[in-house]
Every structure is written in structure tokens, then in C-alpha cells.
Write a protein that binds this ligand. Structure first.
Ligand code: SIN
Length: 307
């Protein structure tokens, strides 16, 4: 049975023996039940990985855990990735705090704007694990879009046209937006905002501005599934094309990937743990909880050079 109206994606639960799966939307996403993430069996871990690749984003409720337990869970998926924005919490340099205080005056939140995580790096993070500790009474949701479904839904003619194209990704435009709307502070984008004051652009920031070029259609290294690798935050050009030529292509494809029919949206509760595969989906944080505190922690799993 195919559930998505396009007939091109099936998000219903597979027959797992060690976990219980509840699909979230026709396009992607699933809640996983019946597990304690701090005490997984090998069989559960295998089925969770399978469910992640199938549903693109999976989430778990009522998973209170320490930073150390968060790290241990992340390591089941692979070694830590370079995090482009933060240095981690004391004693846990790979657990990155994403905390927005209730009185933060910035007009922008971390993760705002559709994106895949850090595609401006040569080998961007494959997988992200995000854990909630404190969430606003309403607002602060996260939304994901299935970029494999988006690729499948393109016409064969369009697929042929874009085959072989490479996208240039850079932190440039996000940095500019941060400079215009964020106050320097101790948060990840607050620290990025503080580089505005300095006369010297560090080599690390220059590297992220120069960015990287990756295939527009990438192939998942485990499942072989093809997906569009593009977003409206970091994609700044198509290799070999002028800005005028590439801009409409980037706009069309970013809009195509993020159309509502390809998305799922999560209403956070405290102690949730969400895992998504950056090679198969894009995501966006909502900027709609001014005046409320939101405390999250994130780890990222190293990825390969996209092919
Ligand atoms: C992110 O983009 O990694 C953060 C998403 C969120 O805070 O909802």
C-alpha cells in the first residue's frame, strides 16, 4: 500500500520485532515507542537505524538523559561530526547547547530558514540528534521536508536536466542575516554575531564562507536512495552557471522540496529525542516563541563527502 498522494513514498510502519513505530505524516516522520534510549539492545538499535532511513526523521518521547547518555546514543550512529557553530557544553564538547533565553532580543533563532546541517563543509554531518529539556508552552516547533520524495516527484525530463549538477554551499548569506538581526551573546548565533565586531575574519570562518560544492542529487550511502541536496539558506550557486542562471533553479528546487505536502511538523515536549538524516531531508526551526525559554542539546554524526 502506498500512502503518499503522489504514490511515490510509503511512510507506513514496517514490521519491526523490537520497536513500535507510529508514522507522523504521509510524507515522512515516525514516533518510535517501546524503547529506553539509555539502555538499547543491539536488535533495537538496528531497527531504529532502519526506521531512521525509512522515515527520514524519527522521535521518542519521555527520554530523560544526561549529556553522557546523549553522546553514547549518538555514537551508535557513528563518530561525532565537526559542529560548525558551537564548542559544546563543559566536559562534553560534542553536545551542543541550543538555548534561547526568554529575554533574548534577537530577531532570529538558531536553525531558522530551511536548511540541511552545515552543507558548506566538505563532509557535512550525516545525522543529527536533538534533545529537548525545556520547551515553550506553545510555538518553537520544528518542521522537516522529505528531499528523497521531492526528488522522486520530479518529472523524468527535469531529473535528466539536473543530473550531474553541483551546488555551491556557503555560510555567507546566513552570516549576513545574523549580522543584521542578532545581538552578540553566549548562544551559538549570538557568538557568530559577535564576529561582526572584529576587524579580522578568522581562517575558520573564511573556510565556511568559501564553502563546498556537492552533487545536487545525492545518493544515500546505506540505502542507495536518491535525494535532492539543496536548501534556501546555504545554496548560493550552481557550478558552471552565472548567478542569474542558477538563482531560479535554486529557488524552484528549494520551494519544490519544502512544499507542505512533503513535510511533517513536530510539537516538542520536554525530554524528547529526535533523530534525522540530513542526507534525506531538510528542516527548519520556527521563530514564534519570543518571551519563552527553549533549551535543547544537539549532537551530529560525521558524514561522508556527498556522492
Ligand atoms: C537545527 O536546525 O538544528 C535546530 C532545530 C531546532 O532547534 O528546532
Amino acid at each position: 500500500m502506498r500512502l503518499h498522494p503522489t504514490g511515490m513514498f510509503d511512510n507506513h510502519a514496517a514490521a519491526y520485532r523490537h520497536i513500535e513505530t507510529r508514522p507522523l505524516a504521509a510524507a515522512m516522520g515516525a514516533e518510535i515507542r517501546g524503547v529506553d534510549l539509555t539502555n538499547l539492545t543491539a536488535e533495537q538499535a538496528e531497527e531504529i537505524k532502519h526506521a531512521l532511513f525509512r522515515h527520514k526523521m524519527i522521535y521518542f518521547r519521555r527520554q530523560k538523559m544526561s549529556h553522557g547518555q546523549h553522546e553514547a546514543l549518538s555514537l551508535l550512529f557513528g563518530p561525532f561530526a565537526e559542529d560548525a557553530y558551537t564548542q559544546g557544553v563543559p566536559g562534553h564538547r560534542d553536545v551542543h547547547p541550543l538555548i534561547r533565553e526568554a529575554d533574548d532580543p534577537s530577531k532570529m533563532v538558531f536553525g531558522e530558514g530551511w536548511h540541511t546541517d552545515s552543507p558548506f563543509l566538505p563532509a557535512p554531518p550525516a545525522i543529527t540528534l536533538l534533545r529537548s529539556v525545556e520547551v515553550p508552552p506553545f510555538g518553537g516547533d520544528t518542521i522537516w521536508a522529505n528531499s528523497a520524495l521531492a526528488y522522486a516527484a520530479l518529472s523524468e525530463t527535469y531529473k535528466g536536466m539536473i543530473q550531474g549538477l553541483r551546488v555551491r554551499f556557503s555560510i555567507r548569506d546566513v552570516l549576513q542575516a545574523v549580522y543584521e538581526s542578532v545581538e552578540p551573546s553566549d548562544s551559538p548565533i549570538g557568538r557568530l554575531a559577535s564576529t561582526r565586531e572584529s576587524t579580522h575574519v578568522s581562517e575558520d570562518l573564511q573556510r565556511k564562507i568559501r564553502g563546498s560544492t556537492h552533487p545536487l542529487v545525492r545518493t544515500h550511502p546505506v540505502t542507495g536512495e536518491k535525494a535532492l541536496y539543496i536548501d534556501s539558506s546555504y545554496a548560493i550557486g550552481i557550478e558552471g552557471m552565472s548567478t542569474e542562471e542558477s538563482a531560479p533553479l535554486i529557488r524552484f528546487l528549494s520551494d519544490h522540496v519544502t512544499q507542505p505536502a512533503f513535510t511533517c511538523r513536530l510539537r516538542w515536549e520536554p525530554d524528547m529525542l529526535v533523530i534525522w538524516d540530513n542526507r534525506l531531508c531538510v528542516h527548519q526551526a520556527f521563530n514564534d516563541y519570543q518571551g519563552y525559554r527553549r533549551e535543547m542539546y544537539r549532537t551530529t554524526v560525521a558524514g561522508e563527502r556527498p556522492t
